[in-house]
Design a protein around this ligand. Structure first.
Ligand code: NAD
Ligand code: MG
Length: 380
């Protein structure tokens, strides 16, 4: 029986993780955590009977405690709750599927407790990769990527431990505005940006795909996960989302993972690595796929992607400024308070005013985040 703790159980990745648990008889959920969806969390507690559950807000958690008192579950709240379940002895793997930098501290706690990490929460690596990766190596804990591109790279590295990566081709669908120019994007509405052509995901990451900031975050995530330089990562726009990413080796051989766009595959692969399990769903039909096409990313229109390369090159706390500014900007865009094109503008402004720290510790990362939030809140 494999025992898993799941942060972000009510979200897009979280609910798909539970779909896998439901189908497999040798997976057991020992802890569930969610932000505010108490009704769904209660349903999940009743179905999966974890030892622990966490709701962020203490008042909501105390209401839930009363509602589930017929069950043998301990309901906790806040960061304390997340840290407790990340390190609790009952689980062997932590699936981190929350959004934002909130994921950093629980991930560190889980690694310190010797748990394997199935990582969807890319913000943790983007902002704290320099802390997480050495710690995981020191504790001999695997970081198993759940992000589909990184899972594809991870799968393409199978059996190649002796061989160096020459290049990574990180594929991107290009989002709903592929081929558009800046002038075309001036009056984009929230509803348009939420229409992803291939993947169905949470709102934040769907907007990030439309701005291509998601690909920027993924470039940084790949750099940390696979220990490559920025020059070794090439973003390739591939609108069909069939090739999920590729690795080129020194002899020119390119290995790729292909499949229909279904996040359950990378989630399940991380849970059972290195084994594969049956996963019912639509399969690729190569006769139906008339062609696979590739384009260079348009860094002028999708300026947010270009800024990610700058943030990563300079390093330090700049990726944090990039990520925090984007989180705030996306939230303002979703509230219709700023325009689509203002998202990269805000990111750039926050990067320019960021007080640079070369090796930020967790405190300094969270200070940079708070500083960016305060700046944006004071102006918008
Ligand atoms: P989502 O918004 O659908 O879900 C987020 C989850 O986090 C929810 O369960 C929410 O309750 C929980 N959460 C939020 N605030 C919390 C708090 N304060 N305390 C505890 N829990 C809290 O997001 P998602 O799309 O599932 O994405 C999750 C992560 O996975 C993100 O980092 C995203 O970039 C990454 N990711 C998602 C996908 C995808 O297909 N959705 C693909 C690749 C990577
Ligand atoms: Mg991805």
């Amino acid at each position: 029986m494999k025992k898993i703790a799941l942060l972000g159980s009510t979200g897009s990745i979280g609910t798909q993780t539970l779909e896998i648990v439901r189908r497999q008889e040798d997976l057991q959920v020992t802890a569930l955590a969610a932000g505010s969806n108490a009704a769904l969390l209660e349903q999940q507690i009743r179905e999966f009977l974890p030892e622990f559950a966490v709701l962020w807000d203490e008042k909501a958690a105390s209401d839930l405690r009363v509602r589930v008192q017929d069950l043998n579950v301990t309901v906790l709240s806040g960061m304390e709750g997340l840290l407790t379940i990340a390190a609790a002895p009952g689980s062997e793997i932590l699936v981190t599927a929350i959004v934002g930098m909130l994921g950093i501290r629980p991930t560190i706690a889980a690694i310190e407790a010797g748990k394997a990490i199935a990582l969807a929460n890319k913000e943790t690596l983007v902002t704290a990769g320099h802390i997480i990766m050495p710690l995981a190596r020191a504790k001999n804990v695997p970081i198993l990527p759940v992000d589909s591109e990184h899972s594809a790279i991870f799968q393409s590295l199978n059996g190649e431990t002796e061989n160096k990566i020459h290049k990574i081709f990180l594929t991107a669908s290009g989002g709903p505005f592929r081929g558009k120019k800046k002038e075309d994007l001036q009056h984009i509405q929230v509803e348009d940006a939420l229409k992803h052509p291939n993947w169905s995901m949470g709102k934040k990451i769907t907007i990030d795909s439309a701005t291509m900031v998601n690909k920027g975050l993924e470039v940084m995530e790949a750099k940390w996960l696979f220990d490559v330089t920025l020059g070794q990562i090439q973003v390739v726009v591939h609108p069909q989302s069939v090739i999920h990413s590729m690795v080129e080796y020194e002899d020119g051989a390119v290995m790729a993972q292909l499949g229909t766009p279904d996040m359950r595959l990378p989630i399940q692969y991380a849970l059972y690595y290195p084994k594969r399990r049956c996963l019912p769903g639509k399969r690729l039909d190569f006769f139906e796929l008339a062609n696979l096409t590739f384009e260079k990313p348009d860094l002028d229109t999708f300026h947010g992607l270009k800024l990610a390369f700058t943030a990563m090159e300079k390093g330090g706390n700049l990726p944090t400024a990039y990520n925090a500014a984007n989180e705030k900007a996306v939230s303002l865009f979703l509230q219709k308070k700023i325009s689509f094109l203002q998202i990269p503008e805000l990111i750039q402004a926050c990067m320019e005013r960021c007080k640079f720290t070369k090796q930020p510790d967790v405190e300094e990362i969270l200070e940079t985040e708070a500083d960016v939030y305060a700046y944006i809140e004071s102006r918008w």
